[in-house]
Unconditional design. Structure first.
Length: 468
C-alpha cells in the first residue's frame, strides 16, 4: 500500500512538473515570441485574414497617395505609386517576404485590427471584409522626390526636417529598391553588396567627422574651457601621435569661432583633451548619442566612447568626430535641429495623422521635446558660429542669396575606402524652418565641396515650397 501511494505521488509530481513547464513555456512564448510569430511571413493564417481586409492607404502631408490596396480577384494586393522613392519609409508588404518599415510597424493601424488574435478572429466572423485606417505622413512628396534626385548616382542619406516640430519632410537612403517589383528583384537585392535594404538614414552608423565639432564647441562653451589664442601649426601631437588638419596647413592664431570656421582639427583635439571624456560624453548624450531615439521606425543607437581604457588619443579623435564615434544621419539632423531650436531637440515624427475609413482623424502627433541639449544662449552662440562657417569658411557652398544659413561641413575618414562627405545645417538661421543632414558615403571629397551644395539646394527648395 505504501509503495502504491509513493508511485501515485511520483506520478502526480511528474504531472505537476509538466503542467508548470507548459505554463512557463506558454508565458515565455506569449511575452517574447508572439510578435515574431504574428509578423512572420510564414504565418499563413495571418495572411489569409489580412488579404480580406482593405488595407489603409498611405498619403503624404498634402494628401498625395503613396501606397494603397486594390482588389485582385478575391484578395487585396498592395500598390506602390512611386517605385523606389519610399522603399525605406513605407517599405513593403508581401506574403512571400513579410513586411518592412511603416507597413510592418503600423500594420495593425493600417488593418484596423487589434493586437489580440482572438478579437481579430471574432471581428472577421462579424465583418469579414473590413477596411483599415489611412496613414498621413509628415513627408512632403515634392521635397522627397527633389532630395532623391539631388542624390542621383550617389550612395548615402539625407534627412530634412522641421526643427521646431520634429516633422520629417524628406528621408532618403541610397541605394534603394523597388517594392513593386520585389518578387522579380529579390535575388539581386539580397546579394547586392551595397545593401539596398538598409535604411542608411536611421540604421547606417558613420563617423561624423568635423560636423561633430559643433558638439565639442558646445561642451567647451558650457564648461568655459575654450582657448582664445591657440597657435595652429596644422598638427597637434597627442601622446606622440600627430593629428593633422585635412590639408596639413596651419591656421595661425585662432579662437573657438575661427577654429570652427576653418574646421581646425588641432584646436578641437586639444580642447577635447582639456574637457576630458566625462564632460564630452555628457554633452554628446544630451545630443542623443548613446541613447535610444524614439521614432516611428527603429533607429540604431549612435555611439560615443565613455567606458573602458580611453586614452588621450581616443579623446582627441572623438573631439573631431573620428575614432570610436559613430552616428546615424537622423541623429546628426537632430543635432542641427537642437541648435536651431534654441537648445531643445524635438521628437522626430514620420506619421502625422491616423485617419479612419470615415475620414475622421483618430490620432495625431503632438510636438514633444525629448532632450534639453543646451541652453538658449549657448545654442544662439553656436548658431552664429555656424553662420560664419557658411559665410566665411568651409561651408561657403551652402550659401543662399538673401538668407542666413547656419551649417557645418565634415570629411570623415573611412578605414574601408574613400572619405565620407558630410553637411549639417539649418535655415533661415534667425527663424529656422528647415534643418538637414547630408552624408555622401565613400564620396572621396570634402563635405564642403560635395555635401554642402546638395544641402543648400534642398533647404532652398523646402523654403520655397513647403507651407509650414
Amino acid at each position: 500500500m505504501e509503495k502504491e501511494i509513493k508511485r501515485i505521488i511520483t506520478v502526480l509530481a511528474g504531472i505537476c512538473i509538466l503542467f508548470v513547464s507548459l505554463v512557463v513555456y506558454l508565458t515565455y512564448f506569449q511575452i517574447f515570441k508572439a510578435d515574431k510569430v504574428k509578423n512572420s511571413s510564414y504565418n499563413k493564417r495571418l495572411w489569409i485574414n489580412e488579404e480580406k481586409i482593405l488595407r489603409g492607404s498611405i498619403i503624404d502631408r498634402n494628401g498625395k497617395i503613396l501606397a494603397y490596396s486594390e482588389l485582385n480577384g478575391e484578395t487585396y494586393a498592395r500598390v506602390y505609386n512611386y517605385g523606389s522613392l519610399y522603399s525605406h519609409i513605407i517599405g513593403y508588404s508581401y506574403r512571400d517576404y513579410g513586411k518592412s518599415n511603416l507597413e510592418l510597424y503600423y500594420n495593425n493601424v493600417l488593418l484596423n485590427t487589434s493586437e489580440s488574435a482572438a478579437l481579430n478572429e471574432l471581428k472577421n466572423l462579424v465583418e469579414p471584409n473590413s477596411e483599415g485606417n489611412t496613414l498621413k505622413l509628415t513627408i512632403d512628396h515634392h521635397l522627397q522626390e527633389y532630395s532623391r534626385n539631388q542624390m542621383k548616382g550617389k550612395k548615402g542619406a539625407i534627412v530634412a526636417m522641421n526643427p521646431s516640430t520634429g516633422e520629417i519632410y524628406a528621408m532618403v537612403s541610397l541605394p534603394d529598391f523597388n517594392p513593386s517589383t520585389l518578387r522579380e528583384d529579390w535575388g539581386n537585392i539580397v546579394e547586392d553588396e551595397n545593401s539596398p535594404l538598409l535604411n542608411r538614414a536611421i540604421s547606417g552608423l558613420y563617423q561624423p567627422g568635423s560636423t561633430f565639432k559643433v558638439v565639442t564647441a558646445i561642451s567647451a562653451l558650457e564648461n568655459n574651457m575654450y582657448m582664445e589664442d591657440y597657435e595652429c601649426t596644422g598638427t597637434a601631437v597627442v601622446d606622440g601621435y600627430p593629428l593633422k588638419d585635412y590639408d596639413g596647413k596651419g591656421h595661425g592664431t585662432v579662437n573657438l569661432n575661427e577654429a570652427l570656421i576653418y574646421s581646425c582639427n588641432p584646436y578641437f583635439a586639444e580642447t577635447g583633451i582639456k574637457l576630458g571624456i566625462d564632460r564630452l560624453s555628457e554633452t554628446a548624450e544630451k545630443f542623443l548619442l548613446n541613447r535610444e531615439i524614439p521614432f516611428d521606425l527603429p533607429v540604431k543607437k549612435s555611439l560615443f566612447p565613455k567606458k573602458g581604457n580611453i586614452g588621450k588619443t581616443d579623446v582627441a579623435a572623438a573631439s573631431i568626430g573620428q575614432g570610436k564615434v559613430l552616428v546615424t544621419p537622423l541623429n546628426m539632423a537632430l543635432i542641427a535641429s537642437g541648435i536651431a531650436n534654441k537648445g531643445d531637440i524635438m521628437k522626430p515624427v514620420l506619421v502625422k495623422e491616423v485617419i479612419s475609413k470615415d475620414g475622421k482623424v483618430i490620432d495625431s502627433f503632438k510636438a514633444e521635446m525629448i532632450s534639453r541639449a543646451t541652453d538658449i544662449f549657448t545654442a544662439n552662440e553656436l548658431k552664429n558660429m555656424m553662420v560664419d562657417v557658411v559665410n566665411k569658411g568651409t561651408g561657403k557652398n551652402a550659401r543662399i542669396s538673401n538668407i542666413r544659413v547656419a551649417g557645418k561641413t565634415g570629411t570623415a575618414e573611412n578605414p574601408s575606402g574613400n572619405d565620407h562627405a558630410w553637411f549639417i545645417g539649418f535655415a533661415p538661421a534667425d527663424d529656422p524652418k528647415i534643418a538637414i543632414a547630408v552624408i555622401l558615403e565613400e564620396e572621396g571629397s570634402t563635405g564642403g565641396q560635395k555635401a554642402a551644395p546638395i544641402a543648400r539646394n534642398i533647404m532652398l527648395e523646402a523654403l520655397n515650397t513647403i507651407n509650414n
